[in-house]
Design a protein around this ligand. Sequence first.
Ligand code: SAH
Ligand code: SF4
Length: 387
Amino acid sequence: MTEDTRTNLTGRTNLIGLSRTELEAEMAAIGEKPFRAKQLWHWLYNRGETDFARMTSISKIMQGKLAERYVVYRPVVERDLVSADTTRKWLLKFADGNEAETVYIPDEDEERGAVCISTQVGCTLTCRFCHTGTQLLVRNLSAAEIVGQFLVARDAYGEWPTPDDSVRRLSNVVVMGMGEPLYNFDNVATALKIVMDGDGIGVSKRRITLSTSGVVPMMARCGEELGVNLAISLHAVTDEVRDRIMPINKKYPLAELMAACRAYPGASNARRITFEYVMLKGVNDSAADARQLLRLIKGLPAKFNLIPFNPWPGAPYDCSDAKTIRAFSDILQDAGYSAPIRKSRGQDIMAACGQLRSDSQRVRCSRQQDRLAAGIADDHGPQPAAP
Ligand code: SAH
Ligand code: SF4
């Protein structure tokens, strides 16, 4: 557990982000029975309460005892932007001053929508088309900071107490914000288990999708422990191109990535793996690429998500033409796969895929130090970026 999960500036322990077992242990440590943890869990995650004094099923004396030792702490909203298409983006500041972004993407009918959550401040990887990739990793987010993003979104839409699944607007979670979730697996897992817990936030694992750039050794654990939907940022169909645009491919090349997808626990025709594919003009968008893509995923329960490249200042790519993207999609659809072209949402507020970035920085010398600072063992870490 990171220091920030345990304490904030007041020196008290933040109850947000503790697993059920950790919360029970906290209560045991102050001489309380397990039912107290259950009671608190309900207030924290079903009611969204942050003030012990308003937890009315808890005696005044107990409220005081809790307030002396604990806080219910959320990241602070520094900026709250709403796009012309109603996509909303929050810049959140954490207790140590670092910042990350969270996005809410409503469906067309605006009755449902997905909260897009960040897992790191910056990213160790340097995918060439991604704005986040230009921000070196500052640090991993703690479980409290990851689940805190969802709590802030619920606060903003007033979805407390937890509404019935059929009526909530914040119906889905996509772990597709800043950072590589599988390089911060423990904190992501603790946070997602809180999000999934039926006595609290209650978003089913079927409504959660985690996107990875392809951290092969962590994929099985993700499936076994969390059972969430998996999305792979594929973006190229040959090692030659993928090495160039996604340096992680040098560490875990396509053959290994595909083998890990085939072995992903819980993948089936009812729960397909999503292959994300950013459309980069003249780089990965030919008809031959589309046909090679079909060969690559042969036999896998797969669907595609074609993402028109979202530009950002200084980006070295252009988006493929609409006609080229449609032709690419048609080849996949003619072979029987779902291959929608993702509509870009929130571009005017830089909230679209790959546009997130914060100004948090850390003074440091090398990516090797980055990885060490993030506690990423070398055998799990990405290759240093090609210059
Ligand atoms: N780090 C994880 C989670 C980020 S998900 C991952 O890479 O999977 C965000 C998705 O947007 C990924 O598929 C990412 O590759 C894609 N993306 C990044 N930059 C983009 C851009 N400029 N335009 C469109 N999609 C982009
Ligand atoms: Fe990191 Fe994902 Fe962006 Fe690659 S696409 S740099 S893994 S956030």
